[in-house]
Design a protein around this ligand. Structure first.
Ligand code: URA
Length: 273
């Protein structure tokens, strides 16, 4: 049983602020299991109680998890005075929703949005070693020396070197103009072309897997081995892979399986510590 104050429940299910919830309660607009309740501090069983506001039934889900295919040109913030944010792409308002980690304005790909702070914390914590895999197009080739440098952890100007990371060069033709989809097809044979924005750039496709989420991490790691990132897309985070059916700007709720799998992978890595 999950006991919760009624005013808090209303903020999570009816899109009301705490003070609006109190006003609604005071005016007798809220029923719990058929009875008008006026006291905001009343504790209810959030998973079981039938709560209505003006006769409309509230639907309680503890947390929301959305997979967004972040497009280029929007910032990974909850609000911004000048720029469009990833939350502006979400049709329905969800209280407390935030992006799990940041992708740069010019980066696209998988972005998880949730209001589950504990899961978000674990997915981002370097201590939990959750893999984040990126497809990048670099301005020049990389080989064994760069791979080894990534595997050792790089000095990118922070106090600490990065954790060991994986760099996998892809066959060069995968990053030819107009052919970026070939690189992705190596990651997932079923993945259709998605990186249209890279079509006219020349470069060298790589996969990079890191277990942290430092500011501009991939770009700074590439720079540390003398390369520039021309294009960047996140493909996966832990067990969660970008749904190939989502076009840039589209999103969908995670399935129960995806949520459970993400949570499990976090526990398994935690156990190993
Ligand atoms: N690393 C970067 O440099 N940019 C991103 O958006 C994500 C990881």
């Amino acid at each position: 049983m999950e006991k919760m104050r009624l005013d808090k429940y209303l903020t999570q299910t009816a899109g009301l602020s705490r003070s609006e919830a109190k006003q609604y309660l005071k005016k007798g607009r809220v029923c719990v299991d058929g009875q008008i309740i006026k006291k905001p501090e009343t504790k209810i069983d959030a998973g079981q109680a039938a709560v209505t506001v003006d006769g409309r039934l509230c639907h309680y889900e503890k947390y929301t998890y959305l997979m967004l295919h972040k497009p280029q040109g929007v910032v990974s913030a909850t609000e911004d005075d000048r720029e469009r944010t990833v939350l502006d792409l979400i049709g329905e308002p969800v209280r407390g929703l935030f992006p799990v980690g940041r992708l740069d304005k010019d980066t696209e790909g998988l972005l998880l949005l949730t209001n589950d702070g504990a899961l978000a914390h674990d997915l981002l914590s370097p201590k939990k070693h959750v893999d984040k895999c990126y497809f990048a197009i670099l301005d020049g080739p990389v080989g064994k020396a760069e791979q080894e440098a990534f595997a050792c952890g790089l000095d990118i100007g922070d106090e600490k070197r990065t954790l060991p990371a994986k760099l996998v060069p892809l066959p060069q033709e995968t990053a030819e103009p107009g052919q970026p989809q070939k690189a992705e097809s190596i990651v997932d044979a079923k993945r259709p072309a998605q990186a249209e924005s890279v079509a006219d750039s020349e470069g060298f496709g790589v996969l990079i897997t890191v277990q942290e989420g430092r500011f501009h991490q991939i770009k700074r790691m590439a720079k540390a081995v003398g390369r520039e990132v021309l294009y960047l897309k996140r493909l996966s985070m832990g067990s969660l892979r970008l749904d190939a059916a989502l076009r840039p700007g589209e999103y969908r709720p995670l399935t129960e399986e995806e949520i459970e799998s993400l949570k499990r992978s976090r526990k398994e890595t935690a156990k190993e510590e």
